[in-house]
Design a binder for this molecule. Structure first.
Ligand code: PEP
Ligand code: MG
Length: 881
């Protein structure tokens, strides 16, 4: 028997967790609801494997898959007692995408498939509802033309709008059966005009074309972009669900809606959703008609409301997770069209996790897994200062669709949002309503404000998914896109003006409201404490100043994994001394400059030790890519020349000699200390003296500085610098009243060091992977320049992600794993960390956990993200016995 590509709902019984891989999220939900005996209109799922085969077969659906589709159509006809194309009793279906991970609005759907002229008439007779039949037909032509034939929506929308004006109808629902009949004729004409053929009448041909269109939509630009942003593989494909239509547009006893089992914005435990009577699904999500709150359904049809609430609770218990459901009411009967784990804000995710735990439905591990590490990011950024909010006067208010405090310049379209944001201008995207085409602009915007649409409109759903602040459905807002301004309750706001949005209250303000830093408390604190109990990978922070160190400790860092000492000199008042040191021609000049630097470094280190108390602090020795520090301005050159007592020409000569063609591979890191040992000597003085001073102030603290030598590629090189460090440190300690221990380790950031890690470990007390440089040098492209050409690598699907953001597990990761094993062969208890950017990226953290690192170190704001990611990794790949 050939491979099975099509499963009837309820048919697939997984032996392992692969139901979602094969049937996608929607298909899995429909099958599981069917098995649980819920009211699901029947149908079948064409698997993700069929989608992948379609691409493997040069974008053709193979005959065996077509045969299986038809067999399932037969089965559906038998079960439903209806027939495809039968005017007396027609079967109509929906054809909808359903990948493993939900990608809201990114792919295509066709509803009401199976209608032609005869079927439409039959449908009218059968339901005694001509209006309904022609409404369904015109919707079908419009969707089919757009989705299957890519003829666009606009020319059909124009016809509909013109007809509404002609008939004096404000809403679509006011159009009569004969109005809709006329529209259908005009649509068919328009279709012929654009496509040069008649609208297809054979339901089976319609079906295959629609399935193909859904497969094709897996690779439309917005779906590709969404996957890139959400780290979803391009290779998994989408399933397609073919489901018998039930009709929400059959009259006022019918309707359709979407609802969450809990509030997706704040996590509160109540049904939360919207619906429209006499409507089809796309009317609700597209934000075209403003839907009603689900509470209203209680009044309209209390029986259906109760049944829906009960179903929602059952599903929540089954999935042990908050659910996002679609339903249709056909002539007073409830049907469930979809259930999936609901997208929610970070705040809601934390509350749902704690509540489900308190309800006894899940354990701590399951609760921790309910919060996505990357989501926490939105909670770690500043919120509006409550004092400032009290005095600020909002110019308007709308639905608080996604929380956050956003300030930025007003723009009116997604392209401008992208361009302005790339220009480093924070933007607020203001739209009548958003559509999937706006996705990139929405990612770039700090906040989103829409005039139309409810809490489940496209803008609201996407914003919550990406953690961006969103205020939606501001009906008082009128936008003049042409002249680029909006009016809101008498206030005129022009493109470029700054506004603030409060995503928790829905308030809109002119100007910038001051913000305050975030803290970890309440549900956030609870989930983080569970994560800490679970994980084995430690989390440190990269911090260059006492202020950063304080932030890091506040966010739960267990030490500092990297202090970049050259960053301490970026300030105007300090950079001079570093420049003097760099351009010094003689050792005397350099020593003089270093003497100016020493007290600055010592004070900074003391400040850091004071903040960190006994937590470990790794201080990395100077590693300035020279081009970042050399003077370029005439005025600076003159001043430094004066200080060094040389002419400007002499100094310019030095600068020319110091020029490097590739500073990233230049005279930096330990190479500086090899050329100029006095630099390592000075830094050792600063580190050791600072530790002694703080130890004197806090007699009960045990401070053990970790000195880290960067850019090592050779054992002798490390030994050379280490000898200077040890000699200097021991001399100071021997003269001191404080007994101080310290360690000397190295960064592994040059491929040669990774290859020779067993050798290097002989002289290193610890390793820390500098994965920024290791990535740069393994790939052979400069981290400063790669951004200019990597886009074409993503476009051509050569790389899926930026390797500087997510560790390249198979290449650079192989070096990390190998060097860890080699290092521990020499020193079994070798402490091994990572301090490159990857230390704060959840998927990279999982990798570092798997290869057995001791800790990751990342920017202070990513510490909670890394803590949670480390707990997820431990749950999935336990290290603790
Ligand atoms: C690294 O290379 O990963 C690193 C942490 O050092 P830097 O980014 O300062 O080169
Ligand atoms: Mg480096």
């Amino acid at each position: 028997m050939s491979k099975k590509y099509v499963y009837f709902f309820g048919e697939f019984a997984p032996k392992d967790g692969s139901i979602r891989d094969l049937l996608g999220g929607k298909g899995a939900g429909l099958t599981e609801m069917t098995k649980a005996g819920m009211p699901v209109p029947q149908g079948f799922t064409i698997t993700t494997e069929a989608c992948n085969k379609y691409y493997d077969d040069s974008k053709k659906i193979s005959p065996d898959i077509i045969e299986q589709i038809y067999l399932n159509v037969d089965k559906l006809e038998k079960i439903s007692n209806k027939k495809f194309g039968d005017a007396k009793n027609p079967l109509l279906v929906s054809v909808r995408s359903g990948p493993k991970f939900s990608m809201p609005g990114m792919m295509d759907t066709v509803l009401n498939l199976g209608i032609n002229d005869e079927v439409c008439e039959g449908l009218a007779k059968l339901t005694s509802n001509e209006r309904f039949a022609y409404d369904s037909y015109r919707r079908f032509i419009q969707m089919y033309a757009d989705v299957v034939e890519s003829l666009g929506k606009d020319s059909f929308e124009e016809i509909l709008e013109a007809q509404k004006i002609k008939k004096g109808a404000k809403n679509d629902t006011e159009l009569t059966a004969s109005d809709l009949k006329e529209i259908v004729e005009l649509y068919k004409k328009k279709y012929f005009e654009l496509k040069k053929e008649n609208f297809p009448t054979d339901p089976k041909a319609q079906l295959l074309a629609a399935v193909t269109a859904v497969f094709r939509s897996w690779n439309n630009p917005r779906a590709i972009y969404y996957r890139k942003m959400n780290d979803i593989s391009h290779d998994i494909g989408t399933a397609v669900n073919v489901q018998m239509m039930v009709f929400g547009n059959m009259g006022n006893d019918s309707g359709t809606g979407v609802a969450f089992s809990r509030n997706p914005a704040n996590g509160e435990d109540h049904i939360y959703g919207e619906f429209l009577m006499n409507a089809q699904g796309e009317d609700v999500v597209a934000g075209i008609r403003t839907p009603l709150d689900i509470e209203e359904l209680k009044k309209i049809n209390p029986k259906v409301y109760d049944e829906f609430c009960k179903t929602a609770k059952t599903l929540e218990r089954f999935y042990k997770n908050m659910q996002d459901m679609e339903f249709t009411i056909e002539k007073g009967k409830l049907y469930m069209l979809q259930t999936r784990n609901g997208k929610r804000t970070a705040q809601a995710a934390l509350k749902v996790a704690c509540d489900l735990y308190d309800e006894g439905l899940i354990n701590k591990k399951e609760a921790v897994l309910l919060v996505e590490p990357s989501q926490l990011d939105s909670l770690l950024h500043p919120t509006f200062d409550t004092k400032a909010l009290k005095t600020a006067k909002p110019i308007g208010n709308a639905l608080p669709a996604s929380p956050g405090a956003a300030c930025g310049h007003v723009v009116f379209n997604a392209e401008d949002a992208v361009t302005w944001a790339k220009d480093k201008k924070p933007v607020i995207l203001v739209r009548v309503e958003t559509s999937p085409e706006d996705i990139e602009g929405m990612y770039y915007a700090k906040g989103i404000l829409t005039a139309r649409g409810g809490m489940t409109s496209h803008a609201a759903v996407v914003a919550r998914g990406i953690g961006t602040c969103c205020v939606a459905g501001c009906t008082a807002l009128t936008i003049n896109e042409k002249e680029r301004f909006f009016m809101l309750n008498g206030s005129k706001v022009k493109e470029g003006d700054i506004i603030s949005l409060d995503g928790s209250t829905g308030n809109i303000y002119i100007g910038q409201i001051p913000t305050v830093s975030a803290t970890i408390s309440g549900n956030f604190g609870r989930v983080m404490s569970w994560a800490d109990e679970i994980r084995s990978l430690k989390v440190r922070a990269n911090a260059d100043t006492p202020k950063d160190a304080k932030t890091a400790v506040g966010f739960g860092a267990q030490g500092i994994g990297l202090t970049r000492t050259e960053h301490m000199f970026f300030e105007e008042t300090r950079i001079e001394a570093v420049r003097e040191m760099i351009v010094s021609k003689t050792k005397e000049q350099r020593v003089k400059a270093l003497e100016k630097i020493l007290p600055m470094q010592r004070t900074d280190f003391e400040g850091i030790y004071e903040e960190m108390q006994e937590l470990p602090v790794t201080i990395r020795y100077l590693d300035p890519p020279l081009h970042e520090f050399l003077p370029t301005e005439e005025k600076d050159i003159k001043e430094i020349a004066k200080k060094l007592n040389i002419t400007t020409d002499e100094l310019k000569d030095v600068i020319v000699k110091l020029h490097e063609f590739n500073p990233m591979m230049g005279h930096r890191g330990c190479r500086l200390a090899v050329s100029f040992p006095e630099i390592a000597e000075m830094q050792t003085r600063a580190v050791i003296e600072a530790a002694i001073n703080v130890s004197r102030r806090h007699k009960d603290w045990k401070i053990t500085p970790e000195i880290m030598i960067p850019l090592v590629g050779e054992l002798k090189e490390l030994k050379f610098v280490k000898d200077i460090v040890v000699k200097t440190a021991d001399e100071i300690i021997s003269k001191s009243d404080i007994k101080l221990n310290y360690s000397v380790g190295t960064m592994i950031e040059i491929p040669r060091a990774a290859l020779l890690a067993d050798e290097i470990a002989k002289e290193a007390d610890f390793f820390s992977f500098g994965t920024n440089d290791l990535t740069q040098m393994t790939f052979g492209f400069s981290r400063d320049d790669a951004g200019k050409f990597l886009d074409s690598y993503y476009d051509n699907k050569i790389y899926q992600n930026d390797p500087f953001a997510k560790i390249d597990q198979i290449g650079v990761g192989k070096l990390v794993e190998m060097a860890t094993v080699l290092g521990r062969k020499t020193k079994p208890n070798l402490k091994v960390g990572v301090c490159g950017e990857h230390g704060g990226d959840p998927s990279s953290v999982e990798f570092f956990h798997k290869v057995g690192l001791t800790y990751v170190s990342c920017s202070p704001y990513r510490v909670p993200v890394a803590r949670l990611a480390a707990a997820h990794a431990e749950i999935k790949y336990p290290r603790k016995k």
